[in-house]
Design a protein around this ligand. Sequence first.
Ligand code: ADP
Ligand code: 5SP
Length: 509
Amino acid sequence: MAAFLGLDIGTSSVKAVLVDEAGAALAEAGRPLAVSRPRPLWSEQDPEDWWTAAREAVEAVRAAAPQAWRELAAIGLSGQMHGATLLDGAGRPLRPAILWNDGRCAAECAELERRVPRFRARASNVAMPGFTAPKLLWVAAHEPDIFAATRMVLLPKDYVRFRLTGEFVGEMSDAAGTLWLDIARRRWDDELLAACGLTSAQVPRLVEGSQVSGHLSPDLARAWGLDGRAIPVAGGAGDNAASAIGIGAVAPGDGFLSLGTSGVLFAATDGLRADPDRTLHAFCHALPELWHVMAVTLAAASALSWVAGLTGQGDDIPGLIARAEAFASDESRRAAAPLFLPYLTGERTPHNDAGATGLFAGLRAEHGADALCHAVLEGVALAFVDDLEVLRGADVALTSCMLVGGGSRSAFWAQLLADALGIPLDRPAGAATGAATGAARLAMLCVAPPERMASICAKPPVERRFEPRQERHAEMKPRHDRFRELYRAEVATRPELPLSSPPSAGAKA
Ligand SMILES: Nc1ncnc2c1ncn2[C@@H]1O[C@H](COP(=O)(O)OP(=O)(O)O)[C@@H](O)[C@H]1O
Ligand SMILES: O=C(CO)[C@@H](O)[C@H](O)COP(=O)(O)O
């Protein structure tokens, strides 16, 4: 029986999943990744770390299911979006990749919108510091030698593809997050590239997520015990579109809430539904002629990891959440609970404010790690209330909402989110590895006949539904009002963040 590998280059870890022809998981493995923050607002990773973690995760699934591995029929890729990976003429990274939650280039976003007439209509999105294009303007201004040496700009999973196949290929869902794509026509936009001093020779050839992008190199196929066979590698998808494929969110109104390093409220749409002024992201889906929108909160499960580390509970996240749950079981404690703004790496939806900072408010002597953790879980949920308002304001249908990502392991958080949003959330089987599963499904699609599309993209069984509790929804409304007030106070009182570095002498305008 054929097997398919899905490889997800997440922000906190690389995940590999091996599935059979029916999509059932045969083996799973993960390898952690660290994020480097050498200066305020910066967020970087070494592309070599992605490749090392990817190889180790592959070796682990190979060791766990050796027989199935020998039947490997195709590989699919998924990855954190937007990361600028700059390569020289020999395909070597010129600097650490600048990630999706890096906030250094707010000025370059304004510059980009100034350079291109009707920028937002053209890119279908507002320029945000996490996206790829403004990062290239930043590199041109601050690291001109590196900019001059750049022969290719890849996204994270496309760099791993390059290491797997030796080819420079990207796909639509991830390319849409660069701000260089004509998202309606699904092709590079030369004018958007030129605004950053680039040409189409410096970005990869594009395929759809379900098409073959290349083949595993003969050397790797041999090293991985695959008899030098030519294993196709599917286009794959940015991690959010990949998660959607993993849970069958392809029809208009199908959506999910993702609790990964970032928080994402995603909805598949009937055609391209751009609404850039609301900070809604409008991107290509991973299948031809499909699009989606999403509202993005930059720190979700990463805020939980942060507070767990801060309180010395980094090795026991479930234990800390259990303490938060016990704290919140008392109504009077909930009423006097501290509030948290989760803007540890700035915020996208609805503020597009890279300089936003995190904040605890309402602390008292009786509050300990339990109250802080509760505040973080609640603060992320309140940020998702903002996200849902943006989707509704843009008239985007969200008829069903699944729950995916590492944070979905917590039933307490899932219930808190359902209560805050006032909508039911369905946790499917395999929720924590949805993006890798989606990548494996795209691998299947790249070798399967088109009539198998619907069965491969089927919705997985719902393992648990979280219904909103009306009294808790009502209880959280005034807390959301205070959350919004707190952001206004944060804007008024935030410290002036130092500039990451002054432009170098040879900087271009
Ligand atoms: N038991 C748990 N309950 C809730 N959250 C968890 C649990 N275990 C891990 N997490 C969270 O999952 C996050 C990782 O999620 P993941 O979807 O793998 O992220 P990414 O794809 O961005 O690497 C971590 O930041 C951590 O806070
Ligand atoms: O920037 C975005 C979406 O626009 C993020 O969702 C990244 O794609 C990272 O995803 P996770 O690592 O949090 O899954």
